[in-house]
Design a protein around this ligand. Sequence first.
Ligand code: ARG
Length: 462
Amino acid sequence: MANNDFRKQKLWGGRFTGETDPLMHQYNQSLSYDKRLYEADIRGSKAYAQALARIGILDQSEATQIQHGLDKVGQEWSTNSFTIHPQDEDIHTANERRLTEIIGPVAGKLHTGRSRNDQVVTDVRLWLVEQTILVETFLKDLIGVISSRALNEIDVLMPGYTHLQPAQPIRWSHWLCSHAFSFANDLDRLRGLMPRLNKSPLGCGALAGHPFSIDRATLAKDLNFGGVIENSMNGVADRDFIVEWLMWATLTLTHMSRFAEDLIIYSTNEFNFVTAADAYSTGSSIMPQKKNPDSLELLRGKSGRIFGQMTGFLMSLKGLPSTYNKDLQEDKEPLFDCVDSMKSSLQIATGVISTLNIHPEQMHKSLGMDMLATDLADYLVRKGIPFRETHHISGRCVAFAEKNKIQLSDITLDHLQQIDSRFSEDVMQVWNFEASVDRRNAIGGTARSAVEEQIKTLQSLL
Ligand code: ARG
């Protein structure tokens, strides 16, 4: 191998004489997946060239030449005309190799004081900041459609469940908002991780720092980072921003899975509260009558996979020695998978919710008078009887209705008064689902006024 032929040698190849085992090359390379960082890599390198010019390592014409060359490399990627060379190892070496072909040996000045160790983590941070902004808009869209449905459908009542057993009547909108508030907390957490993510490691070098007094702060500002990482060894070692993102996604998808699970249950024939639109359902290859909520099942299932990516990557980090180790290359596939899954899941969930058909009559039919047993107890509380006692009295009414196979509301006043003499004519007002929900008007409740407040809060976040 001619040592001066940069095309045939690895960029780090100076002290190596033997050939790389082809399988080792395949095992070691990351270009097949990190090529999606090409734009961030070029953006980082252009800014770095400018920073080198500021300290006199490059003169301005060299910096300009490098920047134009990098633009050309970027165009090749974006027009799908970048030819990958068999020796290209990752996006950083591929871009530098191509830059050298385009502008010649002056390209060799670009990597002065820089290492792939600070370069790679700069690229991932730049890329992830951009993706985070995109994901934030998708998450806001989802919260937006849930809350506007909640507003439009505020009159719809349904059974609320605990232990998946009918518990008390609620507004459908209250249920919608309950999930939207989980997503609202996710939005808050996503915004919260940004300041730690958006810091520049560029100029940390391999580990010990930059030998030519590069102005890291200005360089960071040029790349729209919020600041610099203060310790160069930490800068090249730290992948906490990736762990945080994976954890964030795991929790968000866990919320998604619970949201989806409710809707899967509600879309069964047995409940029939909702039907997913055809656009988000599929048929069975054998049973013609089937319409399956695959979209919701995938939304539920993604959480498992992403949870696995999160724990898997944490395992890779655990016990690593200081600074850069090649194990850290294992950060990209889980992160990319996670970001892709988040983007698609949020958009699918938005689509499912905005097109979902609801069946208010079915929801209403499922409301049973026994769900007003607490209201019956509360009725007696309003007459001054301690709740522990009224709970017991209401329980006896439930037992009476069950024994006589009648609805709670069909117990005559006579019979009620036999159970407790403090029942009077006005007890009939208890048997009203609308009245029941609207009594729950304290903050957070299912009364119209309380749900409207919740919707307002949600919409104020967007
Ligand atoms: N492809 C590598 C990665 O993703 C780039 C950094 C390589 N650094 C090194 N010293 N070998 O982590």
